[in-house]
Design a protein around this ligand. Structure first.
Ligand SMILES: *[C@@H]1O[C@H](CO)[C@@H](O)[C@H](O)[C@H]1NC(C)=O
Length: 282
């Protein structure tokens, strides 16, 4: 009897973690808005969000997580996507929420998307870094990952780290580590700011605009009734200690050197009284 409940528990945990098979969208996500513009297709293997002149759409995870390594494949709005924003992020709730953001700002056909990132701790963000990517993010699916453990947050694209935000609590910087977060995504119109301050307007003759999602995978600690449960296998939990090895450090530097187009940590105009303390942390 004990062993049966143990097996059931393991099965339950592995379903929560989706470490064995790619997670099913029906099982792990709810469509939250968009009135039919968001769809789960192919028996839960594919999710699409659409935006037209009337509305965008969005979804969120059923689970809340406290730390995790979360992968999602996205194929962004193709063609003239200027003015559209596809946001894919983790967030807790309330005015002092934590948040870890990927945002994809569309562009005119042939012009590059901007991959925008930010980290909020207890309601405070202002930590933007922006990148171009080294491929056409609309031609095919690519994997966007967030590793969030107690020591660091690492944003990766197809396994290449693009940004690391370290826990700098030792020098007084708040770090997201106490508030469980859900996964959210939405597709919406932001042509008032996303296109270099509203320079280019959304061309609604190209609507509906559609972004697609597949192969969600989470190795994460699921939050439930005030407690966090991680997988019981230490192998599965290696991400809780994960850091960048020297090869990954080099790739991160390659991206930052060649593809980073904005870094709050070098924006002295914006922070005349001094750059945020985490910027000088080793
Ligand atoms: C769009 O393309 C222009 C021209 O290449 C570029 O300056 C801009 O950063 C791109 N992204 C957005 C969101 O405007």
């Amino acid at each position: 009897m004990a062993s049966l409940s143990c097996i059931l528990l393991l099965l339950f945990v592995s379903l929560l973690m989706c470490s064995l098979v790619a997670c099913n969208f029906n099982q792990h996500f709810d469509i939250t808005w968009g009135d039919g513009r968001a769809m789960i297709l192919n028996n839960g293997e594919l999710l699409t969000l659409s935006l037209d002149k009337a509305s965008g759409s969005g979804f969120q995870s059923k689970n809340e997580y406290l730390f995790g390594k979360i992968d999602m494949q996205l194929k962004l709005v193709p063609g003239n996507s200027a003015g559209t924003v596809t946001a894919y992020y983790l967030s807790s709730q309330g005015p002092t929420h934590d948040e870890i953001d990927f945002e994809f700002l569309g562009n005119l056909s042939g012009d590059p998307y901007i991959l925008h990132t930010n980290v909020f701790s207890q309601g405070k963000g202002n930590r933007e870094q922006q990148f171009y990517v080294w491929f056409d993010p609309t031609a095919d699916f690519h994997t966007y990952s967030i590793l969030w453990n107690p020591q660091r947050i690492i944003f990766s694209v197809d396994g290449t780290p693009i940004r690391e935000f370290k826990n700098s609590e030792s020098i007084g910087v708040l770090y997201p580590k106490d508030q469980p977060m859900r996964i959210y995504s939405s597709l919406w119109n932001a042509d008032d700011w996303a296109t270099r301050g509203g320079l280019v307007k959304t061309d609604w003759t190209h609507a509906p605009f559609t972004a697609s999602y597949r192969n969600f995978n989470a190795n994460a600690c699921v939050w439930s009734s005030g407690a966090s449960s991680c997988s019981s296998s230490s192998n599965d939990n290696a991400w809780l200690q994960e850091e960048l090895d020297s090869t990954s450090q080099e790739r991160l530097q390659w991206v930052q050197k060649n593809y980073m187009i904005y870094n709050y940590c070098t924006d002295l105009k914006r922070f005349p009284q001094g750059l945020p303390p985490e910027c000088s942390a080793a």
